[in-house]
Every structure is written in C-alpha cells, then in structure tokens.
Design a protein around this ligand. Structure first.
Ligand code: DGJ
Length: 718
C-alpha cells in the first residue's frame, strides 16, 4: 500500500526508494488557518521511523518581527500570515482575498488520498490529492477546487502544489532553457536567495524553458548524490517558482497559467489542476533521469512497448513544394534505405504553397492532388512503408476558406488587432464547436487514407488571446484551449487505436508529460545539425526517454547552420533516439545512399535497446567534447561514442561504461572500434566500468567528427 496512515492526520507515500511524509497540522494554528505540511521527502524511511519523523513540528514564530514559517506547506495560500509564494490565490466576490481553510476530511482510495479543506465563508472546497504507485519513486499531486458558494471565484494562482526541499548546506538547481532551434540547453546554477521562476506565457509548453527543475545540495554528479525533481505535466502556459528564503528554506511551487490571466470558477463549477510530479533519487542526475524515463514508459506513454519505425519526412527536402511525383521519388529512395514510415509534411492541402495561405483548409490541394492522396499513399504502401501526414489543427491563415467563414473562431479581443505570426492565427480550442470541427476532419482524414501517423504541429504563440463570447470566463481559454487539444487527441486515439501521433511545435515547443500521455514521440527541434542536436538531446534526456525523441539525419551542409558533418556522425547522433531521415535523398550520391542503408540496418539491430533500455550519459559535454551515451536492456549494451573536434596532444582517454553487472562477462558483438574492442573480445563487467575501453574515435590527432557504435552482450559469469 503506497499511501499509508502514520499517525493522527499524518500519512506517508512510500515508494520503492523514497518516503514522502505529510499531514494536517493540528497545533495552535489550526481552525480556519489549517496548514497541510510536508514533514519529510527523501530516502525511504523504515516503517518504524515514519511516526518519529512527524513527531515534533518545527515551532512557528509567534512573536517578534520574524515571519512565521510558511514554506513547508503542500499548498500555501495567499491568506493569513504568509508572505511567501502562494500556490493558491483566490479572489472572492467584492475583491475579498485572504483564503482561510479548515480541515474537513481525508478520503483515501487505492494508492491515493484526498485531503479535503474548505474556505467556509465563501464555499470554496479545496482537495489536495497525493498518489503513488508500487513501481516508481514518482509521487503525483494535484489540486481540485469546487465552488460551492453563491458567487464566482477568480484565481490569480492555482498551482498543483508546492514541494519542500530538505535542509542542506547548499542548494543548486538544474533545468533547461532554449529558443526555436536551440531547445533544452542544460543550465546548472546555485539557487539564489529569492524567487527563481521558469515560465511559459505562450499558451504552449514553449521553447524557452521546460516545466521541470532538479535540485541538489551542490554535490550531486551524474553518478552519485541526492537529486530532487519537480515536473509539471501540462502543455499550456505554466509557471514554476523555486523559492529560496533568506532563512534557508527552499520550496518549489508549480502549476498551469502565468502572471496576468485569472482562472474563473462559477458557482457549481469544479476544476482539476494538472499533475505536479515529484521524484527523489539517490544516484545522481543519471539515476534521476532513468527514474523519469521508467515512469514515462510505465505510467505516461500510451503505447510504450512498441518499437518506433524509422521515418522519412519530406519537409527539409521539399518545403512547400509538394507533388505526387516528387514525394514518390523521395519515397522510393527512402524505402531503399530501409525507412518504414513515410510522412508528407506541410504543403499538401488547400492553397498551401507558401506559409501565408491555406492553413485551416484540410483537403488535398486541388492544384497538386486533384484526385486526392490515394495514389500517393498507395505508392508509399507498395514500397513497403506506412503513410503519415502533417497537420496543424490549432491554426488558420487569414487567407483561407476557414477564416473567411469563421473569423470568430480565432483567439481575439474586440477592438484589438489580430497580430499574425508566421502569417497565422490561433483557433480557440476552448470552444466546443472548434473541437468538434477538428475531430471531424482529423478522423475523416485518418479514415480515408488509412493513416498510421500524424505529425501534430503548432507553430505560433498566443497573442491578443481573448474569447469574447465567454465574458467573465474569457481567461479560461488559457486552460481550456490546452484541455481541448488534449481532448481532441484523446478522442482521435479512441476512434483510431492504431494511429500514432508525433507532437511538434515549431520544433520542440510542446514537449511535456501531458502531451506524452496522448502522443508517442516528440519532434525535438527544427535544428537538425548533428552537433547542435547533441547539446539539445543531452538536455532533453534529463527528463524524457530516448524512445520519445524524434531525430532526423538531414543534409550536409546543414540547411540551418551550413555546417558540414560526415554522414556516419549524423546517423550516430540520430540513432541515439528514434531514427528518422529528413534529407533531400534525390541529391545523395549512390555511395551515400549505400552507407545510409547500412546505418539504418545497424539502427534496426540496436533499436530495442536504444528505445526501451536504460540510458547512461557516460562522459563529456555532448557536441563540444568527446562524449558517449550508453543503453542497457537485459543482456544487451549499446554504446554510441562521439568526438566532434580533434584536440591535438591530448592523452588518450578510456571510456568507462556504467550500469553493468560487475561480476559478469561481456562480449563485443558489434564494433566500429575494431582495433581496441574487436568483435568477439570478452571483458569483465568490472573492467569495463572501473577501467574502461580505449576508443579510436577518442584518440588525439584524428579528423574531426569521428564516432563509433559498439554493442556488447552479457555472456555469463566467469
Ligand atoms: C515546423 C516543424 O517543426 C517543421 O518540422 C515543419 O513541420 C514545419 N513546421 C512545417 O510548416
């Protein structure tokens, strides 16, 4: 039983390796100022120790000039003597603020608990939910609010919950920042005293940050040390604030929404926040990431056991210049390489021959495909591949039949401009008629062409985000648009269980644990330069598994950066995730095509290990120095090693592997490092982890962009 009662009004979420202890404070502050406090979050305590950890509350400051301690609450409200970051900020009728909560009851279910609180004077019911499962250290939390009063309530902040970090001599935080083409750049810095906020105001998860933070005591490494993570499962605007008080306390609160818009709850209405997820891991960033990957596979992804096919996507080859003959020519070459899925990207519909028109008109372009897409997709199938199509359901070009017919469907405020970005406006998926329209044509398209795959794109941020018909509720579009996108995806999957969906948003702008609940993979970045990708993939891997990371091999010089990178290196970088090909294959030489076919075959051989194995970030700063990643699945071990630059005169270094059985013997079964780790050579697990292998690609004085693939298998004990 993962949630267990410990003492009066005290419970513990007990996971395989951690304990999360919380309870309702029953001391002098109770009554209408009840505090639900986190007693402990860290390594798993013995059962007999649970009660003692919750025995003596830290006394609250009652006199003098010091603030009372308010940082240890699961849901600090804006109310009473609290001056920290509120997780719940309500405004009642007449502008009344200062929430006063009383304790009502605890409702328990299998693996979960709801602590029910109530602001009696205004009839706001607040449910604090905690849930955990037997096989993960991730603890899930969310909040429900129900307006049982007579007047509407507005919320300035309605977070999923606050997480308290234990006292340590120092605190350091790790997260990712980015931009279009430069997503998930890892950032690690001491947590300043103050309030550090990561946020998206774009209406999407966004490129600038990703909704998670890892905090350690400044001593964690890739392989060792305690790391606490908080992540938010949400695909719209969000805000995560790490509060480091001058007294030393640290807490992280996070939730949907951003500064400005107010959530709105009419009498009788109820709202559930997205889930906030907390993980304690001992074993460094590597262990924390592997725990997130396992959680994503075990509790988030809809079809985690499948292997993702090798994809070909036409976007970088053709742009908007899409034709049946051109696509079939690419398809023939892609099939020759071993691609299994052929995706026609933007440009196949309406008048869409440039980015300024046609979005919203989801029928095959009458000029380019007068007879529809059947012949094209039959051709794709005849080549042994399954078909996929690009869509951007949330968007419309003003120059489209849809916009001419339904200008009221876009986000807008009366009397305000409708600024376009990439010549497009955002359709309001908070509206039920827009959702019904979307599910109608998406379902029709998938059915008519027997599509196996959709790439669901979203290429602009919200602006002038109004919903005039909704009156006082207009700000709810920030939540309900995202709910609508999720609902359409869910419904589409329900109707078409065989359909697989890629989440894309101008590259990696919609990567989160909520979209991964209804999609199968994400487009990581529009930047397909292999070296830049290494940096992006490194940051991506902190939370998300390689089996969700779509990675293409494209042309050299790269169309974005003009950098020339050898084909093998480009492949090896893309083989670290879900391999796809996105280059203009009609311009590849016969030698390049032959080499690529060999690399696709090599990927297929290691695919189960990469997509479903445990990931170890072995060494280096990917993209900048010699580096390597390793995957382990059962007895199989795959290593991808890279060296983008030659550094003259550097002594050779060994690569130490990780995650192996030190007592077992491993045999090299595939090797591009024939001189130092030849096929058939055997190594003790302990030699590989404690001493390491010499890799030719890491030796000094060679050419730039060397890389190697190596596979070993456990063959038994000596
Ligand atoms: C942005 C995506 O990230 C690209 O891969 C491509 O699909 C374009 N949109 C098409 O407009």
């Amino acid at each position: 039983m993962p949630i267990t009662p410990v003492a009066e009004r005290t419970w513990a979420a007990v996971t395989p390796a951690s304990t999360y202890l919380f309870g309702v404070e029953t001391g002098a502050d109770a009554g209408t100022d009840v505090r639900v406090v986190q007693w402990y979050w860290g390594p798993r305590l013995p059962e007999a120790a649970l009660a003692e950890a919750a025995r003596f509350p830290i006394p609250r400051q009652e006199t003098g000039f010091l603030d009372p301690r308010d940082v240890d609450e699961l849901l600090p409200v804006d109310g009473g003597r609290r001056w920290g970051v509120p997780s719940l900020q309500a405004v009642y009728e007449g502008g009344v603020r200062s929430v006063e909560l009383s304790y009502v009851e605890a409702v328990t279910g299998p693996g979960e608990i709801e602590l029910v609180l109530r602001d009696e004077a205004y009839g706001l019911r607040v449910g604090l939910h905690v849930r955990c499962a037997e096989d993960t250290d991730v603890v899930e939390r969310w909040v429900t609010v129900a307006n049982e009063g007579a007047a509407p309530v507005r919320f300035g902040r309605l977070d999923s919950g606050s997480w308290v970090l234990p006292e340590r001599p120092a605190h350091r935080c790790t997260g990712v920042f980015g931009a279009w083409g430069r997503e998930t750049q890892l950032q690690r810095t001491g947590l300043p005293v103050g309030e550090t906020t990561f946020t998206s105001r774009t209406g999407t998860t966004g490129h600038r940050a990703n909704p998670w933070i890892m905090i350690d005591a400044g001593d964690a490494t890739e392989e060792s040390g305690e790391v606490w993570t908080v992540a938010l499962a949400w695909s719209g605007s969000w805000r995560l604030t790490a509060q480091h008080r001058s007294e030393g306390d640290v807490a992280v609160t996070c939730g949907s929404g951003h500064d400005g818009p107010h959530a709105h709850l009419a009498p009788g209405e109820r709202l559930r926040t997205p889930s906030a997820l907390g993980l304690y891991a001992d074993g460094g960033y590597g262990a924390a990431s592997r725990a997130w990957h396992a959680y994503t596979r075990g509790h988030v992804l809809p079809a985690p056991d499948e292997e993702r096919p090798v994809l070909y996507n036409s976007w970088e080859a053709t742009g908007f210049d899409v034709s049946e003959a051109g696509q079939l020519e690419l398809a023939a070459r892609a099939a020759g390489l071993g691609a299994e899925l052929f995706v026609v990207d933007d440009g196949w519909f309406g008048t869409r021959d440039r980015d300024s028109r046609g979005l919203g008109d989801w029928w095959p372009s009458p000029g380019r495909f007068p007879d529809g897409l059947t012949r094209l997709f039959d051709g794709v199938r005849a080549l042994g591949m399954v078909p996929g199509l690009w869509v951007e359901p949330e968007m419309v070009n003003p120059d489209s039949d849809l916009y001419r017919a339904r200008p009221d469907w876009v986000l807008h405020h009366p009397g305000r401009r409708r600024d376009t970005m990439r010549n497009q406006l955002v359709l309001n998926f908070a509206r039920t008629d827009v959702r019904e329209w979307a599910i109608g044509w998406l379902d029709g398209l998938v059915g008519e062409y027997h599509l196996a795959y959709l790439k669901w794109d979203m290429n602009r941020s919200f602006s002038q985000a109004g919903w005039p018909e909704a009156g006082e509720r207009a700000d709810m579009l920030w939540i309900e648009h995202t709910d609508g996108v999720h609902a359409v995806m869910d419904e589409l999957r329900r109707r078409r269980p065989g359909l697989r969906i890629e989440s894309c948003s101008g590259g990696g702008g919609r990567v989160d644990l909520a979209v991964l609940r209804r999609t199968d993979l994400v487009w990581t970045s529009d930047n397909t330069d292999a070296r830049d990708r290494q940096t992006i993939q490194h940051g991506f891997s902190y939370l998300y598994p390689a089996g969700t990371m779509s990675a293409w091999v494209t042309d050299s010089p790269n169309p974005h950066t003009r950098r020339r990178v050898p084909l093998r290196y480009r492949f090896h970088v893309a083989m670290a995730g879900i391999l796809g090909i996105g280059g203009n294959l009609t311009a590849w030489s016969a030698e390049e095509l032959a080499e690529a076919a060999g690399l696709v075959a090599a990927y297929k051989a290691i695919r189960p290990v990469v997509q479903h194995g445990r990931l170890y970030r072995l060494a280096g700063t990917p993209g900048l120095t010699a580096s390597a990643v390793q995957y382990v699945l059962d007895d199989r071990v795959v290593v991808l090693a890279y060296n983008p630059f030659t550094l003259d005169g550097r002594p050779p270094r060994r690569l130490r592997l990780a995650g192996l059985d030190p007592e077992a013997v491993y045999e090299v079964v595939t090797s591009e490092a024939a001189t130092t780790a030849p096929v058939g050579s055997r190594w003790h697990g302990r030699t590989l982890t404690a001493h390491g292998l010499i890799l030719p690609s890491w030796l000094p004085n060679g050419p730039d962009y060397r890389s190697e693939l190596l596979e070993l298998r456990r063959v038994g004990t000596p």
